[in-house]
Design a protein around this ligand. Structure first.
Ligand code: 13P
Length: 246
C-alpha cells in the first residue's frame, strides 16, 4: 500500500512572521494519517527545519541544481539541502520549465542529483492547454517521465511523481478526478514497465486542489496525494486538504 502524501509548494510566497504562523497552524492540527510536507523558499529552510524538527512533518525545497558544486552563481546544490534536513526537492515544476527553460534532460539530472544526496525528488510532469487540446497529453507526460526513467534506471522507484496539468495551476480550473486518474493510470503503467518496484511510486496530483475537491481526487486509485500551491498558504485550507488524504 502506498502511504498518501500531501506536499505544500509555497512557491515565492511567505515572510518570516507569516511562515511561523502557517507552520504553527499545521503543527497544531496533528496527527495526520497522510504524510505531510512543505516545500519552502531556500532562505526559509533553516527556520522551517527548526520549527518542524521535533515533528513528523517533513520539509523540502522547490528546486535543486543538477551540479554537485562549482561556479554556478545563484544555484543551490542537493547536498546543501540535505544539510538542512530536507526530505524532498521539487524538480521540473512547470513554472521552472516555462520561465527558466528547463528541459526534460536537465530535470532528470536534477532528480539524479537529489537522489545522490539522499533527497527524494518530486518530479513534475504535465501538459499545457494547447497540448491537451491537440490530443497530446499522453505523449507529453510519457516523454517527460521517460527522461527521468532513462536517467535513473531502477532508482526511479525512489522518486515521487507529480502530475500537474499546466492549465489547472493557479487557475481554479481543476482536472476532474476522472481526467486526472486517466493520466495517473498511464504514468503508473509506465513506472511498472520501468521497474519491478514501480507500484511503490507515489503519484501526486497538483493544480487547483482545494478543501472542497481534495477528497474526490485523492479517492482515485492511482492518485496518492497532492502537490498544493495556493491552498497551502492558509493553514486551515492546507490542514483540510491533508485530512482529506487521510
Ligand atoms: P495551485 O494549487 O495554486 O493551482 O498550484 C499547483 C502547483 O503548481 C503546485 O506545485
Amino acid at each position: 500500500m502506498r502511504n498518501k502524501l500531501v506536499v505544500g509548494n509555497w512557491k515565492m510566497h511567505g515572510s518570516r512572521p507569516a511562515n511561523a504562523e502557517l507552520l504553527a497552524g499545521i503543527l497544531a492540527a496533528r496527527p495526520y494519517a497522510a504524510e505531510v510536507a512543505v516545500c519552502v523558499p531556500f532562505p526559509y529552510l533553516g527556520e522551517t527545519a527548526a520549527a518542524l524538527a521535533a515533528s513528523d512533518i517533513r520539509w523540502g525545497a522547490q528546486d535543486c541544481s543538477a551540479h554537485e558544486q562549482g561556479a554556478y552563481t545563484g544555484e543551490v546544490s542537493a547536498a546543501m539541502l540535505a544539510e538542512w534536513g530536507c526530505r524532498y526537492a521539487i524538480v521540473g515544476h512547470s513554472e521552472r520549465r516555462a520561465y527558466h527553460a528547463e528541459g526534460d534532460a536537465l530535470v532528470a539530472d536534477k532528480a539524479r542529483a537529489a537522489l545522490a544526496n539522499g533527497l527524494t525528488p518530486i518530479v513534475c510532469v504535465g501538459e499545457t492547454l494547447a497540448e491537451r487540446d491537440a490530443g497530446r497529453t499522453e505523449e507529453v507526460v510519457a516523454r517527460q517521465l521517460a527522461a527521468a526513467i532513462d536517467k535513473l534506471g531502477e532508482r526511479v522507484a525512489e522518486i515521487v511523481v507529480a502530475y500537474e496539468p499546466v492549465w489547472a495551476i493557479g487557475t481554479g480550473r481543476t482536472a476532474t478526478p476522472a481526467q486526472a486518474q486517466q493520466v495517473h493510470r498511464l504514468l503508473r503503467a509506465q513506472l511498472r514497465a520501468a521497474s519491478g518496484l514501480g507500484d511503490r511510486v507515489r503519484i501526486l496530483y497538483g493544480g487547483s486542489v482545494k478543501p472542497d475537491n481534495a477528497a474526490e481526487l485523492f479517492g482515485q486509485p492511482d492518485i496518492d496525494g497532492g502537490l498544493i500551491g495556493g491552498a497551502s498558504l492558509k493553514a486551515a485550507d492546507f490542514v483540510a486538504i491533508c485530512r482529506a488524504a487521510g
